[in-house]
Design a protein around this ligand. Structure first.
Ligand SMILES: [Zn+2]
Length: 185
């Protein structure tokens, strides 16, 4: 986020350039899984304001899935361990302190998004493990994440749809343009 320069961005709502500036910051927490245990961290999220259309936008780094309290890496680690076949679902749910219902929700979201991204034919030819490897080994995970958003108008593994901004019916997805240039792997 240190490299992010709001005044150089194009507004995702009205499309004007150079009209955004830092508006404020808000705090939120995120659940992550590090060094073998579940952890809750506090995050400070920047909001920018566009002077042209008077909309505020939150700048979400890649590790955040919109509307999810769990970090992207939490879910990818969980699924990766499941695909590797070393743990049963019950063991994984206990380790990650989640319900089996939540596990199946993420697994089904993973399957749907994998198929959306790869297309039906490639999806059948690509195992879960190799797809997971291919996205986490990308030089910049950001490019995959942004590519996914641009194609489908929601983030990878995002389960809730994005709200449509109140005053503009045809506004584009907010995260589309505001992609901080960071790499998480
Ligand atoms: Zn604007």
């Amino acid at each position: 986020m240190a490299k992010f320069q709001p005044h150089l961005e194009t507004c995702p709502i009205c499309g004007s350039a150079g009209n955004c500036h830092i508006h404020d910051y808000y705090g939120r927490s995120i659940i992550d899984f590090q060094a073998g245990k579940r952890e809750k961290s506090d995050l400070c999220v920047m909001r920018v304001f566009c002077d042209s259309c008077e909309h505020a936008h939150a700048i979400l780094p890649d590790v955040i899935i919109p509307y999810s309290s769990y970090s992207l890496l939490f879910i990818l680690r969980l699924l990766g361990q499941y695909f590797a076949g070393r743990f049963t679902i019950e063991q994984l749910c206990e380790r990650y302190q989640i319900s089996t219902k939540q596990f199946y929700k993420w697994l089904s979201l993973w399957k749907t998004h994998k198929q959306e991204w790869l297309g039906i034919l490639s999806d059948l030819d690509t195992s879960d493990v190799s797809f997971l490897r291919s996205i986490i080994l990308l030089d910049s995970f950001s490019s995959f994440a942004m590519g996914f958003i641009l194609h489908f108008a929601h983030s990878f593994l995002q389960s809730h749809r994005n709200p449509i901004p109140a005053s503009l019916k045809n506004a584009q997805y907010h995260q589309k343009v505001f992609a901080p240039d960071i790499s998480i792997f």
